[in-house]
Write a protein that binds this ligand. Structure first.
Ligand SMILES: [Fe+2]
Ligand SMILES: [Fe+2]
Length: 303
């Protein structure tokens, strides 16, 4: 991996500092961190943990997810599939932390997990055999545990400085997951690092062209939920049509995968068309709401 300086300390859910802010993250640094972890990795069924299953059912019963997951048989099949997914304990701690401290992020993690699991089964051949890849879903924002809560829960748009800090959740998640899974090439570590990259190389943290199909699915699901979700700093969220329009524009501009965007739009239609057989429409379906604040940054205060 290219050298990269991390701007925030990397801290585990139980409070251990793995790397101080300002560390240049090299392959060597990651190798040493992995070597320093002599605990074995225990995994637990995700749905056995407190109320995760019940909470997810509740989140999926609200629009637009009640349409996307409206086929009862298919939804039950998805829940049965997720029943077999096991995750490491720190990921459960991370979810508990956000359930208690920032419910918006907790909801986001679970919804993106369901969405990516559903889309992966639809798009990636043989996905069922790669059950372990599914942990990348709930783990994609793991690094947000290192972002101060006052930034995560801000009720006004982020300043550029605060946004620079938030961007480091990608690298922090990569470091944490590489450490816990003792593997920097694991799909969960790669997804945590690359889910804000774009197909055309205009994303962050590295500005690379993301190519992994699982990263692509999580990236599109992540943007979709970020657009439609309520956030404290956002008086109005995107309506569903405008959010799909935004993603269609990203696909047309070569920033996001057309195949994934098409699959998401197909799930939003009652008649469930085959996503491989229809084209993304150029016609405007909606427009970004005013006061949405998505992507808006304020200047930092100069004192
Ligand atoms: Fe993220
Ligand atoms: Fe996210």
């Amino acid at each position: 991996m290219r050298k990269f300086k991390i701007g925030i300390p990397v801290i585990t859910p139980d409070g251990k500092e793995l790397l101080p802010a300002g560390t240049v993250v090299t392959g060597e640094v990651i190798k040493d961190l992995i070597a320093s972890n002599n605990r074995s990795v225990k995994t637990y069924p995700i749905f056995d943990h407190v109320s995760l299953k019940k909470d997810l059912r509740e989140f999926l019963s609200t629009p637009p997810y009640n349409t996307i997951f409206s086929d009862k048989g298919e939804a039950e099949d998805l829940f049965t599939f997720i029943d077999d997914i096991k995750v490491i304990e720190p990921i459960l701690q991370f979810m508990d932390y956000f359930k208690e401290n920032d419910f918006y992020t907790y909801r986001h993690i679970l919804v993106v997990f369901a969405l990516t699991t559903m889309l992966s089964r639809l798009i990636l051949p043989g996905y069922e055999k790669r059950l372990h890849d599914s942990i990348a879903g709930p783990a994609h924002d793991f690094g947000k545990i290192c972002i101060p809560l006052e930034i995560m829960k801000k009720s006004t748009p982020l300043t550029r400085g605060e946004f620079r800090c938030v961007r480091h959740h990608t690298l922090a998640g990569y470091v944490l997951l590489s450490y816990y899974l003792k593997d920097s090439k694991n799909i969960a570590s790669v997804v945590a690092r690359d889910h804000h990259e774009k197909l055309d190389g205009t994303g962050y943290p590295r500005g690379i062209q993301r190519i992994h199909p699982m990263v692509e699915i999580i990236a599109v699901s992540d943007i979709y939920d970020a657009l439609i979700a309520d956030r404290p700093y956002r008086p109005v969220s995107y309506d569903n049509r405008s959010a799909l329009e935004e993603l269609t524009e990203m696909a047309e501009a070569g920033k996001a995968s057309s195949n994934v965007v098409r699959a998401l739009i197909a799930r939003n239609r009652g008649n469930r068309p085959d996503h491989r057989k229809f084209h993304l429409s150029l016609a405007k379906r909606g427009k970004a709401p005013e006061n949405n604040n998505y992507g808006i940054r304020k200047e930092d205060k100069k004192d």
